[in-house]
Design a protein around this ligand. Structure first.
Ligand code: FAD
Length: 317
């Protein structure tokens, strides 16, 4: 029986949210491939972290205890290579994150494995097929890996529903003979508030070109704050320099998964909608009843967004 290996990710003693998305994606790929699904975590506190990975769809949990307290690309590379050698997986799944990008391409190049980053869809057709954007997001490319007995795939965070069902898969500690660390962890630098992470927000108030003028933007920043929401925007507002790309939702921006996504004056172009499919509830306000956003919205109002903003401001004053 072949093996799908998912490698979870952690930072500062906590599993990254993408870990549970990787588990769900790995479990469904393993089911389609008739493979077993191993989930591994490599960290100084791997044993403790493994509790949070005990979810349904995991056939076995592997723990690798690393000598360094914090992420080190060289250590992560050695752990991944040792796991691959020991378990011989046909597919290795990792998050498309800054950590994985620091070592997974090297693992693929050194091992001669297939590789794809920023994968947004995954399926099995006699082998893995990965979908990712190409040519600046203008095309969705489907990749298979002819001639490769193994593929390393980095999945985009927020595009796969997380595994939530608890389970009690068997566990195994894997010993790895680590070489001396190649780097020293000097500390963390907190992100500036302008670099906020909209992917972690449960409530996004998102505005588009419908707000008309840059001068109107502060009003919606204040409204978002009053409502307990985080402000996000469609791409034209970033292209115009009104907001930073950290707040852009969509195919060439961020994929978001809030509980509520309130879209004011956003038409719902495919490239925007690609970033909000994982939102639990989408509420759209648009003056055009034919706006495509209404095709994906759970609730919609054909209305002037400024009138809706007036009412919300009165309510949240
Ligand atoms: P518009 O399409 O101009 O829509 C404005 C909407 O506001 C209209 O529907 C209008 O009816 C409504 N409106 C106007 N006035 C009012 C009012 N007073 N009250 C209520 N409604 C009103 N876009 C993204 O957002 N994110 C991406 O990541 C992204 N990536 C892209 C990648 C590529 C390769 C390409 C080619 C495009 C990408 N785009 C992206 C751009 C995308 O195609 C759209 O152009 C963009 O999403 C449109 O933004 P919008 O809805 O704010 O503006």
């Amino acid at each position: 029986m072949s093996t799908i290996l998912t490698i979870a990710e952690a930072r500062r003693g906590e599993l990254s949210p993408v870990s549970h998305e990787l588990i769900a994606a790995g479990a469904s790929l393993a089911a389609a491939a008739g493979a077993r699904h191993l989930v591994a975590v490599a960290s100084a506190d791997a044993e403790a972290l493994a509790d949070g990975l005990a979810r349904s769809g995991v056939d076995e949990l592997l723990t690798v205890t690393t000598p360094t307290e914090h992420f080190d690309a060289h250590v992560a590379q050695q752990a991944a290579e040792a796991l691959i050698e020991a378990e011989d997986p046909v597919v290795v799944l990792l998050g498309h994150t800054v950590d994985s990008l620091g070592f997974a391409p090297a693992v693929a190049a050194r091992g001669g494995h297939g590789f794809a980053s920023d994968v947004t869809e995954l399926r099995w057709e006699d082998g893995p097929v990965a979908v990712r954007g190409a040519y600046g997001g203008k095309l969705a490319a489907e990749l298979d890996f002819p001639g490769k007995s193994r593929a390393i795939l980095l999945l985009r965070s927020g595009t796969f529903a997380p595994a939530i069902e608890p389970a009690s898969p068997p566990r195994r500690a894997v010993e790895v003979a680590f070489g001396a660390p190649a780097a020293e962890h000097r500390g963390f630098t907190e992100a500036a508030s302008g670099d906020l992470d909209i992917t972690q927000s449960e409530f996004l108030l998102s505005v588009g070109r419908g707000i008309g003028e840059q001068e109107n933007l502060p009003r919606f920043e204040a409204l978002a704050e009053a409502m307990g929401a985080t402000l996000s925007v469609s791409r034209p507002l970033v292209d115009a320099g009104w907001q930073t790309s950290a707040r852009q939702v969509g195919q060439s921006g961020k994929t978001v998964t809030p509980k509520v996504y309130l879209a004011l004056g956003i038409s719902g172009a495919v490239q925007h909608v690609a970033g909000i499919r994982g939102a639990e509830t989408i509420i759209a306000v648009n003056s055009d009843p034919e706006a495509p956003i209404f095709r994906v919205a759970h609730y919609g109002a054909v209305a002037d967004l400024f009138e809706v903003a007036d009412a919300l401001e009165r309510h949240f004053a």
